[in-house]
Design a protein around this ligand. Structure first.
Ligand code: FES
Length: 173
């Protein structure tokens, strides 16, 4: 049985896998990481299986374990606790939560946008997060976190006292 060597949430791992498995299956079935969900695999359309590979959001159902050899893989479990906590509050405050099935992928994607400093582009956030999730309120979560473009009565103030202000970086991937 082949093995994939990569860093998972900051720790080196060597994981056996069946030929033909995609990374979503490897993470859930071989690594016990259950935050990425299977909403449509292997269609690659719903975003529920989003993870970060080398800091970039990727749909794990479209990646083979052979493609992540030596790479840094981060799932929701590996997103810093402070960011998870503040993003969670931001999504709740903006009513940008759904049933919970797809929110891990959305938060992973939002954390990537925040780290890239591109939440100042409201349209990019909606395109990248909200539309993928199928709901117009979802994109307010990361915008609230960054203090840009939230639409609540508070005028978009961040729930965090030291918000991560968006930088003028318009390209979000
Ligand atoms: S499970 Fe839907 S995009 Fe991967």
């Amino acid at each position: 049985m082949p093995k994939a060597k990569f860093n998972l949430n900051g720790k080196p791992v060597e994981v056996p896998y069946e030929p033909g498995m995609h990374m979503l299956e490897v993470l859930r079935e071989e690594c016990g990481i259950v935050s990425p969900k299977n909403g449509c695999a292997p269609e690659g359309t719903c975003g529920c299986c989003a993870i970060l590979i080398d800091g970039r959001p990727v749909l794990s159902c479209l990646r083979k374990p052979e493609q992540i050899e030596g790479r840094d893989v981060v799932t929701l479990e590996g997103v810093p606790e402070e960011m998870r906590d503040v993003l969670g509050k931001a999504f709740v405050l903006e009513g940008g939560v759904q049933c919970g099935f797809c929110i891990p992928g959305i938060v992973v994607r939002a954390s990537s946008m925040l780290q890239q400093g591109c939440t100042g582009d409201r349209e990019a956030v909606d395109r990248s997060v909200a539309l993928r999730a199928g709901g117009g309120t979802v994109g307010r979560g990361p915008r609230r976190y960054s203090g840009v473009g939230a639409t609540s009565a508070s005028g978009g103030a961040s729930p965090n006292k030291t918000p991560m202000r968006a930088k003028a970086t318009p390209v979000c991937r």
